[in-house]
Design a binder for this molecule. Structure first.
Ligand code: NAD
Ligand code: WQD
Length: 338
């Protein structure tokens, strides 16, 4: 029987790619999003991509009554909870807003799920819960910490999930710790399009390549890494999306949850990423060396072996694919806004 999955935050960057992966895998999907950080045309784009009508509910995960209505109106089998605020810098300025949205949103959702008798959940966590990891590559057993309210909110969510699962064996929750998701769908129809000046490296590089921003600041070239710039585990967003499908299947199959890293296991430096993007776009990417950004680790990359063993997860796309798909998407997004 076809399973129906509710995606909170499904109109966002990772949620929209996961929508595409779930439809490909044969699931029915309902999206709930308050559009606080999603473009209004995403549902139309997803309809074109999937070749079928889409069910989108505009609502907030903090709105318990709206959630109850969704569970009453649809036979939801499982939920993937993407809806959250994700800017590290903003979280430092507005910690209460982050706690309310990210922690309050999870609690409200899990209460509504419990009331509806839905116990299968996939949760968007982050490698940020490792803080400045001492162990590289980082396994799931590494000590957890946080360096900002955003990271703290994710860590609290993980703890709430662990306590809830311990209280009632009916729960089966997949906690997915994403490393650095980048790139765009190969169709060029969906991708990451942050409003204003991006916080993150790949969208910034993309905006420099397309001519929307003049120059990239490389935050530090004196880290203990091969070329002195920060090293990260970039993972193509469609690989990440596939990880959610595999997580759901594991919950269905095993009836118990898992905590897994989603990364490739391979790190690239800022300069390597710039060079790869320049090759993929055939554009010069001007950059200048700037001071380190507060709170940045020198290196972060996953030990992906648990995801392979438990979920059968294997990243398919390489750094060139990540840059190439981002570049195609950026050009399409620019054309649409011109
Ligand atoms: P995104 O901002 O593109 O997507 C989040 C979506 O949730 C948006 O569409 C937004 O409108 C919606 N939303 C936010 N608050 C909501 C609320 N209260 N009610 C309903 N909808 C709400 O972000 P993303 O990059 O797709 O991230 C998805 C999830 O993955 C988040 O939980 C994020 O913390 C986590 N994550 C992201 C990254 C990353 O680098 N992008 C890394 C690790 C973890
Ligand atoms: C990558 C590298 C920077 C911008 C963040 C969050 C994390 C997670 C993913 C949600 C670093 C360098 C960056 C720029 C640069 N999000 N950089 N110039 O910091 O690894 O992770 O996004 O959970 O919680 O902290 O990603 O893309 O910001 O930075 O030189 O303009 O690029 O110093 O080495 P980060 P990032």
């Amino acid at each position: 029987m076809t399973q129906c999955v509710l995606l909170t935050g499904g109109a966002g960057y990772i949620g929209s790619h996961t929508y595409a992966a779930l439809v490909d895998a044969g699931y029915d999907v309902v999206i709930l999003d308050n559009f606080s950080n999603a473009a209004r045309d995403v549902p139309n784009r997803l309809e074109v991509l999937a070749g079928r009508g889409i069910h989108v509910i505009e609502a907030d995960v903090l709105d318990r009554a709206a959630l109850d209505t969704v569970f009453a109106d649809h036979r939801i089998d499982a939920v993937i909870h993407f809806a959250a605020l994700k800017s590290v810098g903003e979280s430092v300025r507005k910690p209460l807003v982050y706690m309310q949205n990210n922690v309050g949103g999870l609690v409200t959702l899990m209460q509504a799920m419990e009331a509806a008798g839905v116990y299968r959940l996939v949760f968007s966590s982050s490698a940020t819960v490792y803080g400045e990891a001492e162990q590289l590559p980082t396994p799931e057993t590494a000590p957890l910490s946080y360096g900002n309210p955003y990271g703290h909110s994710k860590l609290i969510c993980e703890q709430i999930i662990a306590e809830t699962v311990a209280s009632d064996p009916r729960w089966a929750v997949g906690v997915l710790r994403y490393f650095n998701p980048v790139g765009a769908h190969t169709s060029g129809l969906i991708g990451e399009d942050p409003a204003g000046v991006p916080d993150n490296l790949m969208p910034y590089v993309a905006k420099v390549a397309v001519g929307e921003l003049p120059v990239l600041s490389v935050f530090g070239d004196d880290y203990p890494t091969p070329d002195g710039t920060g090293v990260r585990d970039y993972i193509h967003v469609s690989d990440l999306a596939e990880g959610h499908v595999l997580s759901l299947k594991a919950l269905e199959r095993d009836g118990t949850g898992h905590v897994v890293n989603l990364g490739t296991g391979r790190g690239y430096s800022v300069l390597e990423l710039i060079a790869a993007y320049a090759r993929a776009s055939n554009r010069h990417i001007p950059y200048k060396i700037a001071p380190r950004r507060a709170g940045d680790a020198a290196s972060s990359y996953a030990d992906p072996s648990r995801a392979r063993a438990l979920l059968g997860f294997e990243a398919k796309y390489d750094l060139h694919d990540m840059c190439r798909t981002s570049w195609v998407w950026m050009q399409n997004a620019k054309k649409a806004s011109d």
